[in-house]
Design a protein around this ligand. Structure first.
Ligand SMILES: [Zn+2]
Length: 148
């Protein structure tokens, strides 16, 4: 992948992904009709390890944000995405570096499990309980803006 590597944005943060990064915010209805989100707890040894966020990672130069987000979740989480419906893409532009959150919907919360070493745990979390978790700082900043 030509996107693997560190980048420095204009705000002075160090980010993973030379061509930016993308993540998939997957949502599905709860039994009570509210929305739940599929969150990933990152392995302790990763950047911001043990925090919760959406599955994602570095974008390759030839990928759209949607392609990158779908590839990343497929690498990190075992979940069937045949019926996924992309609803929106949120672009967080840091200047010189971008993070795209691809918001997508499943008709029901399919079972999901970690698929690679970067993923310690995956869990469907009701929308109103997301903020109570120890969130990845990037996701914590974006969540209030994109909360479905
Ligand atoms: Zn930044």
């Amino acid at each position: 992948m030509d996107g693997d590597g560190w980048a420095l944005c204009d705000a002075g943060h160090q980010h993973w992904g030379i061509h930016g990064a993308a993540g998939l915010l997957l949502r599905a209805p709860c039994h009570d009709g509210d929305t739940q989100i599929l969150l990933q707890r990152r392995a302790w040894w990763t950047h911001h390890g043990n925090t919760w966020g959406v599955p994602g990672g570095a974008r390759a130069s030839w990928e759209t944000p949607e392609q990158a987000a779908l590839r990343e979740i497929d690498e990190e989480v075992a979940v069937t995405l045949d019926e996924v419906e992309i609803e929106a893409v949120h672009h967080d532009d840091h200047g010189g570096w971008s993070y795209w959150t691809v918001i997508a919907r499943l008709a029901e919360p399919l079972s999901a499990a970690p698929r690679n070493r970067e993923t310690a745990e995956v869990r469907w979390v009701p929308r109103n309980q997301v903020s109570a978790l120890a969130l990845h700082p990037g996701f914590a900043a974006t969540w209030p803006l994109i909360q479905p």
